[in-house]
Write a protein that binds this ligand. Structure first.
Ligand code: MRU
Length: 349
């Protein structure tokens, strides 16, 4: 179904679609060094929790390539420094740290290997993360599709689609699968201020995949729900705490409150790698604050007076009490989430 590739390993480089250029241009970047990869993550050329994890894992391979001629000590030092650089790019999506942790574990098992062999193992692990993500998104979509009525009017926020993963997505995977099962689905995509992931990315990828989509300003969601136009809300997640509190793109919490007010089911779709059991509740999740210019300028023009302060958190936290179910590749989790999350994670150790 997907006719574009979000991120891939091609000719020893990382090829990714530059999401800052969409929907105007489908421009692919070939990245061959870790600094450019860190820049691509920070500036949202590649974005979305699972895709950030894949990008960071492949970024570690680039760092290994850059130092492959060095002696063992310097090689390992450079690879570890690269992991630190990548780990400082974006703080909220736990998939970044989850993927870097997997890469780090490869370094724990290197015995007497040479840099070239270690690089091979790092590449294998990064490609495994990429390929696993593909399988996970399809499985998650299949579980989630059961929750979608026919016909369905679905509201989503930001982009939790193929562009946010290796392909297919999380929240949008559920929608793609429901459509493939023959259900009539109509999607409403919040534009998602300030960086417009909904308007620029979600609508582009849904249209590309022939799904009916309408874009609305974030502030129109309440009225849309009040009019009885929405059957369910589905969003992705950047990090889910042990108690089921969900960090996702800023504005998600607002939708969850509105959904409860209008008795509309609010679903979260995320892979198991987005759960962080070291975080007991959402208040402990670090929330990225981004540059004032994202809010204070629009299409190169100043929209806020220069000396006025700007509040620009990239994410917010939705309390678990507002979440009807969490859709994962292992099945659908229901409240009480502190129990269902622990069960599913233990079962699959
Ligand atoms: O700042 P972004 O664009 O990386 O934020 C992305 C989101 O908030 C997504 O909803 C989330 O990462 C889930 S992606 C499957």
């Amino acid at each position: 179904m997907m006719i574009f590739k979000t991120i891939d390993w091609v000719n020893n480089k990382v090829r990714l679609i530059d999401q800052t250029q969409l929907p105007g241009r489908s421009h692919y970047l070939d990245i061959d060094n870790v600094d450019d990869m860190a820049e691509a993550i920070c500036s949202l050329r590649v974005r979305g929790a699972p895709a950030i994890g894949i990008a960071a894992a492949l970024g570690v391979v680039l760092a290994a390539d850059q130092s492959i001629q060095e002696n063992m000590e310097l090689f390992l030092e450079n690879v570890r420094n690269a992991m630190d650089v990548l780990g400082r790019t974006r703080p909220t999506a736990v998939n970044l740290f989850w993927a870097l942790n997997r890469m780090e574990k490869v370094l724990d098992r290197i015995e007497n290997l040479k840099p070239a062999d270690i690089r091979e193992r790092l590449l294998q692990e990064a490609l495994e993360i990429l390929n696993e993500d593909r399988r996970i998104c399809y499985q998650l979509g299949a579980f989630g599709a059961e929750l979608i009525p026919d016909p369905a009017h679905i509201l989503t926020h930001c982009n939790a689609g193929g562009l946010a993963t290796s392909e297919y997505g999380t929240a949008l995977a559920v929608i793609y699968q429901a459509a493939e099962q023959g259900k009539k689905v109509e999607v409403f995509a919040d534009e998602t201020r300030p960086l417009l992931q909904g308007a620029r990315l979600t609508s582009w990828e849904l249209q590309t995949n022939h799904i009916d989509v309408t874009v609305l300003c974030d502030s129109a969601a309440a009225y849309l729900m009040q009019q009885g136009e929405i059957d369910c809300v589905i969003v992705g997640a950047d990090r889910i705490a042990a108690n089921g509190d969900v960090a996702n793109k800023v504005g998600t919490y607002m939708l969850a409150v509105l959904a409860e007010k209008h008795q509309i089911p609010f679903y979260v779709a995320a892979p198991v790698s987005s759960f962080d059991l070291s975080v007991i509740s959402g208040g402990e999740i670090p929330i990225e604050q981004r540059d004032r210019s994202e809010v204070a300028t629009y299409m190169g023009k100043m929209t806020v007076p220069e000396s006025v302060k700007v509040y620009n958190p990239a994410f917010d936290v939705t309390p678990n009490s507002l979440v009807k179910a969490i859709i994962t590749e292992k099945g659908i989790l229901r409240p009480p989430f502190h129990v269902s999350i622990t069960n599913i994670l233990q079962k699959n150790k």
